[in-house]
Design a protein around this ligand. Structure first.
Ligand code: ARG
Length: 459
């Protein structure tokens, strides 16, 4: 096949070079963006009389036909045509001859690919946002059912203070909300049209870049042609946002894995979202959560790979930048499947409420509340801490929880105690007394759920 850039060459390209050089195997994913970008360019060329307006119409109509044919799976792309840009142009020229050859007037693949990538990135930012919002909705629904489900809150993975499952889940809601905001920010960073930058120094044709930006839905036009064709920071921004989202999802996965172990037994995953072992008949494994945790590494790799690719490239375009696509595609595919599957897995899990509550009761998670009771009865907090420390030491020795100790036992440690201590260390009371914004009290969590449902309607 004759190369579009073949004029100054006397030899054919080695097949290995074709293979190595070509990106069509992966950048065909950009066919819609490429065609819409070309349509906007062709329309503008016609309006500006840079090409005959009638020819511009023929180009546009044929590009739409090609789009429909690609959609219908009727087109086979060619490796010799290297990438999606030259493939589409070759098909166009095959269909309408000389007129097709005019499309690339005042344009380079360098500004073309930067435009395609930005269009694609804007789409996936919105799609990712929607997926994360769906996950948030799922979590809010589960949280609403568990505003009374007591569980231990942890620090250092040691039982610390009682909270509710609802409060715990709502922590992830906050993280995911920030992930949504990050995707929004990437969208806005990406929302600038590079087309018109040409190969690196714009063009001598009187392009109307603003009209192209308008047609393609870009908020602005890039102000420097070298930057327009050669930065990929918007891809890196997306990968960074994806990596942070995966980090959050991975921490959550780790907790799911712990919680469904027999040691914790806080939850039971649905059979439909678990897997078995080929040798151990008793096994039911949390593979989904493990894979989400594992795939986090892969998305970090995508981010670090592209950062490293970009770090030493002189201005402006260099072929290294063709390496921007696979990490972005891979990260997008990974976060999409992870977010969707993870949401289904948590939606179908069973919560073992009594086990959770027992764990909260068994781990002295109400010790802070016992100390606070003393403070309310005139003891300085440091002294109260010391007294309850001794009480815990004693209870451990007796193999009892704070609730099981008799009032006499309390009194031997400190005479100040009276029976209202039992109310103060009741787990429900402990939780519901933490009744300030951000706290686990049922009232606060229900309020937070409502605030977040409202938030979702605006995102
Ligand atoms: N396939 C190329 C890429 O993805 C398109 C731009 C090629 N430009 C060039 N001057 N060779 O980066």
């Amino acid at each position: 096949m004759k190369k579009m850039w073949g004029g100054r060459f006397s030899k054919k390209t080695d097949l290995l070079t074709d293979d190595f050089n070509s990106s069509i195997s992966f950048d065909q994913r950009l066919y819609k963006q490429d065609i819409f970008g070309s349509i906007a360019h062709a329309r503008m060329l016609g309006k500006q009389n840079i090409i005959d307006p009638k020819e511009s119409e023929i180009i546009i109509a044929t590009l739409l036909d090609i789009l429909a044919d690609i959609d219908a799976g009727k087109i086979e792309f060619s490796v010799a045509m290297e990438d999606i840009h030259m493939n589409v142009e070759a098909i166009l020229t095959e269909r309408i001859g000389e007129v097709g050859k005019k499309l690339h007037t005042g344009r380079s693949r360098n500004d073309q690919v930067a435009t395609d990538m930005r269009l694609y990135m804007k789409d996936i930012c919105l799609e990712t946002k929607n997926l994360i919002c769906d996950l948030i909705t799922t979590l809010l629904d589960i949280a609403m059912e568990h505003t009374n489900t007591i569980m231990p809150g942890y620090t250092h993975l040691q039982r610390a203070q009682p909270i509710t499952l609802s409060h715990h889940l709502m922590a992830y809601v906050e993280m995911f909300k920030r992930d949504v905001i990050r995707m929004d920010q990437v969208f806005h960073m990406t929302d600038t049209l590079p087309l018109g930058s040409g190969a690196l120094a714009t063009t001598t044709y009187p392009l109307d870049r603003e009209s192209v930006a308008k047609e393609l839905g870009f908020a602005a036009v890039s102000l420097n042609s070298l930057d327009g064709v050669s930065d990929r920071d918007f891809c890196i921004d997306f990968l960074e946002a994806a990596a942070v989202f995966m980090m959050h999802l991975s921490r959550f996965s780790e907790e799911i894995i712990l919680w469904c172990s027999s040691e914790f037994n806080f939850i039971t995953l649905d059979d439909a979202f678990s897997t078995g072992s080929s040798i151990m008949p008793q096994k039911k494994n949390p593979d989904i959560a493990e894979l989400v945790r594992g795939k986090t590494g892969r998305v970090y790799g995508d981010l670090l790979g592209l950062l490293t690719t970009m770090k030493g490239i002189p201005l402006a375009y260099n072929k290294d930048m063709q390496e921007d696509k696979e990490p972005v595609f891979d990260a997008y595919d990974t976060i999409s499947i992870c977010a969707t599957t993870f949401a289904k897995m948590v939606k179908t899990m069973t919560v073992n409420k009594s086990v959770m509550k027992k764990a909260a009761a068994g781990g002295f998670s109400n010790a802070t509340d016992a100390a606070d009771w003393l403070v309310k009865h005139g003891v300085a907090f440091r002294d109260a801490h010391e007294i309850i420390g001794k009480l815990v030491f004693y209870a451990l020795d007796q193999k009892k929880s704070l609730d099981d100790l008799t009032l006499e036992e309390y009194k031997t440690i400190s005479p100040i105690f009276d029976e209202t201590i039992y109310h103060a260390i009741d787990l429900n009371v402990c939780v519901n007394q933490r009744n300030i914004i951000g706290g686990p009290a049922e009232k606060q969590v229900i309020k937070a759920i409502a605030i977040n449902r409202e938030w979702l309607t605006k995102h």
